[in-house]
Design a protein around this ligand. Sequence first.
Ligand code: SF4
Ligand code: SF4
Length: 130
Amino acid sequence: MAYDPKKANPTLIIPEAPAKITRKKKKPKEIAVVIPDNCTGCEACVSFCPVDCIELTPRDTSDGINVVIPNVQIRFDECIGCKICVHVCERMAWDAIEMWPTEQVEGFFEIKIHDKYEDAVAAHAEKMGT
Ligand code: SF4
Ligand code: SF4
């Protein structure tokens, strides 16, 4: 049987992170959603996102003990639905990211997903009062 490098080393099928950051021009059909209970906070997915929209969740220090490793979260309105993070997580970590239909994300999190990155940024700034 022929040697298949992808079977020998499954991480080879993970796409390389692009050198150039691009932004969305239309609303994607699906958006990545992190399943918090599965996420270890390893950050393996973070550097692969082509639009740099995966970030660590803020640490909860309310109990005065700062030992919990935070999981990651996705800025949904910037996600272009490329699924790269899903492949990275399932190959290198814990299968902690799912793709949800955009309408489901909007309904579940009670947010609006915009067509263009610029509109997403403007909406976020308005929400934050900046
Ligand atoms: S690769 Fe998976 S487990 Fe690691 S931080 Fe990303 S979502 Fe969490
Ligand atoms: S689906 Fe693509 S754009 Fe969205 S969070 Fe994952 S890697 Fe980033």
